[in-house]
Design a protein around this ligand. Structure first.
Ligand SMILES: Cc1ncc(COP(=O)(O)O)c(C=O)c1O
Length: 408
């Protein structure tokens, strides 16, 4: 997707990018300092509405808040989605501060400490078990606290999903319990006092291929059907994972949500209705819910020409938005979409490099991008910044101030 398409998604007012209904320079004045992250409520709502309209009504949406744990964002989405997925005790506290009931909060991730597990059991959230050690710790905490812990098993599937930006299932993994070990573990721990709800399979993330996502969902349902045969009661939790990707670079095409939805309708009306009448299927999404609703706004502090190449030096950089510099697990560095936000309508005719203020060549935000001529004080906006931005960046690196974050 081209930067102009991202501008269109946000809209413009008086030639400036519109964020949360405000022209960008007005928003920058309101925030009072640059750089900052801004998340657009209207776009968050539009994304949830689009998913609701496309997906079967029985499907429940879970927000994986690791993608954006800002409390205002989590509070906002908690009123619009069905569940929240957390990855630490701190995230769990943020989720518990919302209106979301604890039994609709899931806690996944390897390496949960006994202390975190005790907190989670006391809170009454669903603990997604990643190993037998975790299961034993959960049961111990349940005994000590006198509560039946809510448990789901995260399964490492016996298949891998191709085309994911990050693969988290198939082959040897630190995530989940290998599918072939699950039946024996279920037998060993049946009657152990836990409230066993069901299974979670999360095979990978950042996938833009509808066919592959649908195939993963089909195989997940088949796998869970097999595993459910060893259970003595109906499944009440069926988390199919997510993995819906967003287009980060010009080469990426948006995910065909309608195609994913069509296949999911068939699955929900067929096998899922037949085999799992008591389990509403859950789709767990992080970046797809929030990534495209966020921008990272920086100000040009210097413009210099070095041996024929023009550099725009901005007051932000990889310490806040690591992914846009290409250093967040990307195999090949490609530009994230960026524009001069206070002149978002102007045509680009100058090739420049946009660099951050860190003293390292890694801090490159735009490599040879074509922008309208920009100068000191112009606002450079980087799109696709609503997920894995601030909290996925090395904020302490080189000691620059933290950015503001606003939900508008
Ligand atoms: C268990 C689990 N759920 C959800 C997510 C969110 O992934 P994404 O932001 O790509 O939707 C991840 C990503 O790491 C994950 O591990």
């Amino acid at each position: 997707m081209k930067p102009a398409q991202h501008v269109e998604a946000f809209g413009t007012i008086e030639g400036e990018l519109r964020v949360g209904g405000l022209p960008l320079s007005r928003l920058a004045a309101r925030v009072g300092s640059t750089p900052f992250f801004a998340y657009d409520r209207g776009l968050l709502d539009a994304r949830v509405d689009g998913l609701r309209a496309a997906l079967p009504s029985r499907v429940e949406l879970s927000f994986a808040m690791k993608a954006n744990p800002m409390s205002a964002v989590v509070q906002h989405l908690a009123r619009r989605v069905d569940r929240i997925d957390v990855a630490s005790a701190l995230e769990m506290q943020v989720a518990l501060d919302t209106e979301m009931p604890p039994e609709r909060i899931s806690f996944a991730g390897p390496g949960k400490t006994p202390a975190e597990i005790r907190q989670a059991v006391a809170a009454g959230v669903i603990i997604e078990i990643e190993s037998t050690t975790e299961l034993r710790r959960v049961l111990t905490a349940g005994d000590e606290l006198g509560v039946a812990p809510r448990v789901a098993v995260r399964v490492n599937p016996d298949f891998a999903v191709k085309g994911s930006g990050m693969r988290m299932g198939g082959g040897p993994q630190q995530f989940g319990i290998d599918a072939e070990q699950v039946p024996a573990i279920m037998r060993e721990y049946s009657g152990s006092g836990m409230d066993f709800l069901g299974f979670h399979v999360f095979a990978g993330s950042q996938n833009l291929n509808a066919e592959i996502i649908s195939e993963a969902q089909r195989r997940t349902v088949d796998l869970v059907s097999e595993l459910a045969e060893s259970l003595d009661r109906p499944l009440r939790y069926l988390n199919l994972g997510g993995g819906f990707g967003i287009p980060y670079t010009e080469r990426d095409q948006p995910l065909d949500l309608d195609a994913v939805a069509a296949e999911l309708h068939a699955l929900v009306d067929g096998v899922i209705a037949d085999r799992f009448p008591e389990a509403a299927p859950v789709i767990e999404l992080g970046r797809y819910l929030v990534g495209e609703a966020g921008v990272y706004v920086t100000r040009v502090v210097d413009r210099k020409v070095s041996r024929g190449k023009t550099f725009l030096v901005v007051d932000g950089g990889m310490h806040h938005q690591l992914a846009a510099s290409g250093n967040f697990g990307q195999a090949i560095r490609r530009n994230y979409p960026l524009v001069v936000g206070n002149r978002a309508d102007a045509a680009g005719d100058e090739g420049v490099n946009v660099v951050g203020c860190l003293c390292t060549p890694l801090d490159l935000l735009g490599d040879d991008v074509t922008l309208p001529p920009a100068d000191i004080d112009d606002l450079i906006v980087i799109f696709q910044a609503g997920a894995y931005g601030l909290t996925a960046s090395p904020t302490a690196f080189l000691g620059h101030p933290a950015p503001a974050e606003v939900l508008v």
